[in-house]
Design a protein around this ligand. Structure first.
Ligand SMILES: *Cc1c(COP(=O)(O)O)cnc(C)c1O
Length: 407
């Protein structure tokens, strides 16, 4: 343990400049949130919320305008009726795609929980079962394959293009706003009617700009990740062009009622506090990830991203190439958690995932991955996907333990 602590202190000296850059982004995003709260004149009465149908939920509507402003969108749908990010992505896809339409992913295979939504894995309720076609263009050298995308768009006009920024359960880099700013105008020039939808899970507040700032039409994310700040009890958001947000509302609830209904059931204050804290929590998560990357690379493990790589998300991967090492690393993270620290994580099947998954998540909110969590599918090369930490101090504590455990 002592040896691990010394290594951490040494690492922090070397990481000073990188941590300072993270502080600057945190400051800018905090300013954005504060300004949105002021502009919308947030007041205590907004915390009250509604029950039943949820008509005239002033706080909920204010939350949606605040999210829209913070994310550079025209409008937003921010609801606890979304189970999580996967559900919001599913609602968006069903809201925009009709039989005969094509969904094109330009970032390879989408996140595992969308396999049955799209119909890559047989499911009688999938988009494929409604006659929605799916095409895919893989990334090239961790970036968009511009040539293939342009060639495709000269032949076809897909209804919707999906861009997933975070790596999901794949081994590739996350996609920075710079890269989106390069590809989106090319898509718009060749296929102006195509809806560009961004799966922004894990990417909020890592940079100052959002996908909407650089021309995406709609973005989707989870409230048990970055923007929930560890406080939101569940939910997700869809933000972007007003017409598209409206269509998503009509799919989430029902045509004709859309965004007008949906009770907030008393969680307005938690959603707002979560958003308020999110820039700081994301900053703590990034520092924890970078510390992990630095230390585990020193120990000889393959890490991605490296400590000094550009990051678009809060995910850190460590390839153990060893089933038992993955299990014991996750065990150490679990033992340093606030809740269920006495539990030993074991690999098990998960709904929506094709392999057994091991998950260390001793979080206040079930499955929350803005809280420090570590998971991975039990398949070669036995990669741990680690993310989150509500504070840097707790993240640091867990990493010291995890480092000692794999010795
Ligand atoms: C986590 C994640 C999702 C799903 O979000 P949940 O809130 O876990 O349902 C979708 N896409 C990506 C890239 C993710 O990281």
């Amino acid at each position: 343990m002592m040896e691990a602590l010394e290594k951490v202190c040494d690492a922090e000296k070397k990481l000073q400049d990188i941590f300072h850059q993270i502080d600057i982004v945190e400051q800018k995003n905090s300013e954005k949130v504060q300004q949105a709260f002021s502009l919308e004149r947030l007041e205590e009465a907004d915390f009250t919320g509604t029950t039943g149908y949820g008509y005239n939920d002033v706080g909920r509507d204010k939350i949606e305008r605040i999210f829209a402003q913070v994310l550079d969108g025209e409008d937003a749908l921010v609801r606890s009726q979304f189970i999580s990010g996967s559900h919001a992505l599913c609602v968006a896809l069903f809201a925009y795609l009709r039989p005969g339409d094509t969904l094109l992913s330009i970032t390879g295979k989408p996140y595992d929980t969308l396999d049955e939504v799209i119909g890559l894995v047989e499911n009688p309720s999938s988009l494929a079962s409604f006659g929605v076609k799916y095409h895919q263009i893989d990334l090239k050298d961790n970036d968009f394959d511009d040539a293939k995308i342009e060639a495709y768009l000269k032949e076809h006009q897909p209804k919707l293009i999906e861009i997933q920024r975070s790596r999901g359960y794949a081994t590739r880099a996350s996609l920075t706003i710079d890269k989106l700013a390069r590809i989106i105008p090319k898509i718009k020039a060749l296929s102006p009617k195509t809806i560009i939808m961004v799966d922004n899970c894990y990417c909020e507040f890592v940079e100052e700009e959002t996908p909407l700032t650089v021309g995406a039409d709609i973005m989707v994310g989870s409230l048990i990740k970055n923007l929930g700040g560890g406080i939101a009890p569940n939910g997700a958001y869809i933000a972007g062009r007003a017409l598209l947000v409206k269509l998503a509302g009509e799919r989430l609830t029902l045509p004709g009622e859309g965004k007008e209904v949906g009770p907030s059931l008393g969680i307005n204050k938690q959603i707002l506090m979560g958003l308020y804290l999110a820039p700081s929590v994301v900053s703590a998560s990034l520092k924890t990830a970078i510390l992990t990357s630095y230390l585990l690379e020193q120990e000889g493990y393959e890490v991605s991203p490296k400590y000094n790589d550009a990051r678009a998300d809060i995910v850190q991967t460590i390839a153990f190439h060893d089933r038992e090492k993955l299990i014991s690393y996750c065990g150490a993270i679990q033992s340093a958690s606030p809740v269920d620290s006495f539990v030993k994580p074991t690999p098990a099947p998960m709904p929506g995932y094709q392999d057994d998954v091991i998950m260390a998540s001793g979080s206040f909110t079930q499955g929350s991955s803005i809280e420090l969590s570590c998971d991975g599918p039990l398949r070669e090369p036995y990669i741990a996907y680690q993310q989150g930490s509500l504070t840097y101090a707790y993240g640091r504590l867990a990493i010291i333990k995890a480092l000692a455990s794999i010795k």
